[in-house]
Design a protein around this ligand. Sequence first.
Ligand SMILES: [Zn+2]
Ligand SMILES: [Zn+2]
Length: 819
Amino acid sequence: MQSLPREYNFLEIERKWQRKWEEMGIYRFDWTDKKRPVFTIDTPPPYPSGDFHMGNVLNWTYFDMVARYRRMRGYNVLFPQGWDCHGLSIEVQVEKQHNLRKREVPPDQFRKWCEEIVEKYIAIMKEGVVRLGCSVDWTTEYRTMNSDYWRRTQLSFILLHKKGFMYQGTHPVNWCPRCETAIADAEVDYEKRQGILNYVRFPLEDSNEHLLIATSRPEFIPACVAVAVNPTDERFSKFIGRKIEVPLVNRLVSIIADEGVDPAFGTGTMMICTYGDKEDVKTVMRHKLPVISLLTENGRITDVGGKYARLSIAKAREAIVQDLSATGLMEKSEKLSQEVGVCDRCKAHVEVLERKQWFMKTMAMTEKVEKTADEVVWYPDYMKTRLVDWAKSLDWDWVISRQRVFGTPIPLWYCKNCGEMLLAKEEWVPIDPKLENPRSGKCLKCGGKEFVPERDVFDTWMDSSITCAVHAGWPDRKDWRRLFPADVHPSGIDIIRTWAYYLMVRHLALFDETPYKSCLINGMVLGSDGRKMSKSLKNYVAAPEVINKYGTDATRQWAAGGGATGSDIPFRWPDVEYGKRFLVKLWNVSGFAGKLLADYEPHKMEHGELQLLDKWILSKIARLAKTVTAALEKCQFNIAIEEIRNFTWHVFCDCYVEAAKDRLYRPQTYTEEKRRAAQYALHEVLLRVLQLLAPVTPHVTEEIYQTLFSESFGCKSLQLSPWPKLDEFLDEKAESQGDLVISVISEVRREKAEKHLPLNTQVKKLTIYACDEERVDALREGSSDIAGTCKVEKIEVLACKGDGRPISQGSDVRFVAGY
Ligand SMILES: [Zn+2]
Ligand SMILES: [Zn+2]
């Protein structure tokens, strides 16, 4: 048996095993193995952002603990890793870097620039995943921007189009005027912003009266198509049906009744514009009102804005407010604090525009989503409602087209002659319709031979919401269904509404089956101030800083133990420090055990003559294995790590090792059988602790295992060793008796400490009194371990009531120690 060095050099050990594991190939999924059960993790491919932060550390530690645990449980685990490349933020960065807009250069050039940034960012993030010790199968690595992935995204679109799930329609969409693209509901963030509420007079037709309307968006007055009041509002119900004049543009519109108007907001009257916000969209639809398109795609006023045409939204607002004041129609204005929808990439105010877009029919699937969500196991359970509530809250179908350059092309064309749409055939993909004509050559309707390509690309979620099937090998592997649905889809709480939802609707529509059997949710990482960790809040801690200082295994303990699964986890340096201290303790006790086990031959599997404390610690480790297994089955990582650390530190190191030391150190005073029993228990318990810890702290446990155990245990990696099931050690009686013996030892040591005596001070005579028979038996059985640990020359256990120090408050077990 080799021995461990004194120093725990975590940086060297961690790097070494990350390299060796990859060389050994032990994390590769075995596609040829048909024996072991499979376990698939639907690793969400992240947007390459160029930063592997503590939030990523939390996510990937969760994925990895599941992967490692399942591997040890005997599963053939698929832990893939891909990159979701077509981020809108990448386009924004390229535009900034080159100081131009995406339309000003050929799309190929623009794409190339995007790809360069993405590759640079992937390298950084990949290094982060590797340094975190994640047991990813790197042979599965993929990029959604590669044509082979396009093929899958495009194929899924063609199939869904054929099934009737895809349609093109003119519909109001969320629009970012800065990014000049439609964006999905999920890409709209909400921010509190300071606005101004303007009170504007709208003159009633044929009357000297007017209605006062409060609006925070006076620039939309030229697009006003109606004025709405609540029919139950007695102040205004008499005006319903009458006409009213829109100021500045002098157009007459109707006063309509709409129950959506809040009589308590503003003046209780509302102007309906196309479109000031999403509420307007609903009202316009309800009353079938006309649409006036006031905004261009880059956020300027169109010609229907008359004298305000071509002004930016902000300039138009200024001019209109000025004109209203000049004509005496502005009664007053006041400050208003409001929630506004902003683009989650560039923070520009999101507008609502009518535009031709591609949609996927998702609204019609809500009931199915709800039913399927019920069948999925959620960790923690209450997260299910987040998905269901989101699905129910959606106002329109999923807009899947984007007016962007860096994205998977939508594989279709339009006939130049008759406008007929021509969808690519399944065998044509991957294809970019901007570079290639349909291979069938002519329009099916008119025979025309000239085509206009679809210039829009897919929303990135179209790429990343088919991963459950893609990871399983769809569409190329015949046996992909073996790995589908995924056993677990891990996801952040903030992306349930996107990732978990889109995965669900895409796969349900494509395959009529849930994409994942369970969903594991992690919370957000909070800074030390309790707010979500972010660079802008100055509560940000970079992951490499933490790992360099305390090591990966200590950092992973923070992720596992920082809080209940699904809850937000605060980042606290002391948590990581504690993790590191624990590992130093584990390292030291392992080094110590290594010396005591130097002459032990475990392959003989002889356990010698087990003493009470040996049986006690073996039963305790068996119980720990049960608890940890149950916790990991439910993804309760914090319970697992807490239990293991408490056991290792306070039960194994502080109690058992201390008590068994004497038997191990001084063979001459004990029989060989008793010494062998202590070696057996020490060997068994330490090995099992390493196994239970292996999913959380893989590097240090592997290093100790390889040094002390691998030769005799036989597995080439601790990570491939079978998960411990130790029920044969369970022994309730030994546990309660052992607890009693340990209490006596602790109390004698406490007494020495109180008397300021060194712990190895000899006790000339120790008399222990106990009343009931069972306790007396236990104490007699444990007396040699008590004597050895407490350095007692003569020990006696008397079956009677006696005076002396009780081992705990009110206990009838008492002792008198003579020094
Ligand atoms: Zn934007
Ligand atoms: Zn045609």
